[in-house]
Design a protein around this ligand. Structure first.
Ligand code: MN
Length: 201
């Protein structure tokens, strides 16, 4: 069965004013949809992969046939990364994590403010297109950034929170002001979902 474009879990305007309606429409209906379509076009060439989950494919890219490996890396990554992105945001969200996730963040980064500073640095210094991540690495947490649609699971980590810093994610509203987008984005982070993912892995 082909991979499906997952629906947005809220209305296009739900994240206003942090992320504007038109950006959400184009980002989900055009960019995300294109990743899904291009992933399916690649997988069609290898029907034996049809039963594999996207996580299985991205976790072991070397096992993907060479002729579609780059397509799966880029478009499979694009599909999965945006699935996560919509889920880890929500209207009337933000604030700080609670419970075990908060303890893990403090253990890894000293306090929430230091975590935030380090994450913002990863997002703002990613040259060109890519993502900033909070990921589970072994028993701890790690902040990193990746280029393009690369995913931390290809390096053995479990992504918990991801921030899209491609220009398509913010340019209509913020133009060249990526740092302002990153700062405002904290107001829509859905920590309950991040905590759920932390507890699940
Ligand atoms: Mn994107």
């Amino acid at each position: 069965m082909a991979f499906q474009l997952s629906p947005l879990p809220y209305a296009y305007d739900a994240l206003e004013p942090v992320i504007d309606t038109m950006t959400m429409q184009i980002h989900h209906d055009k960019h995300h949809a294109a990743y899904v379509n291009n992933l399916n076009a690649a997988i069609e060439k290898h029907p034996e992969l049809g039963s594999k989950s996207l996580e299985a494919l991205l976790s072991d890219l070397n096992a993907v046939p060479e002729d579609i490996r780059t397509a799966v890396r880029n478009h499979g990554g694009g599909t999965w990364n945006h699935n996560l992105f919509w889920q880890v945001m929500a209207p009337k969200a933000g604030g700080e994590p609670k419970g075990d996730l908060a303890k893990a963040i403090i253990a890894a980064f000293k306090d929430f403010a230091s975590f935030r500073t380090e994450f913002e640095k990863a997002a703002n210094t990613r040259f060109g297109s890519g993502w900033a991540w909070l990921a589970k690495k072994g028993n701890g947490l790690s902040i990193l950034s990746t280029a393009n649609q690369d995913n931390p699971m290809s390096d053995g980590m479990t992504p918990l929170l991801g921030l899209d810093v491609w220009e398509h994610a913010y340019y209509l509203k913020y133009q060249n002001r990526r740092a302002e987008y990153v700062t405002n984005w904290w107001n829509v982070v859905n920590w309950d979902e991040v905590a759920r993912r932390y507890a699940a892995k």
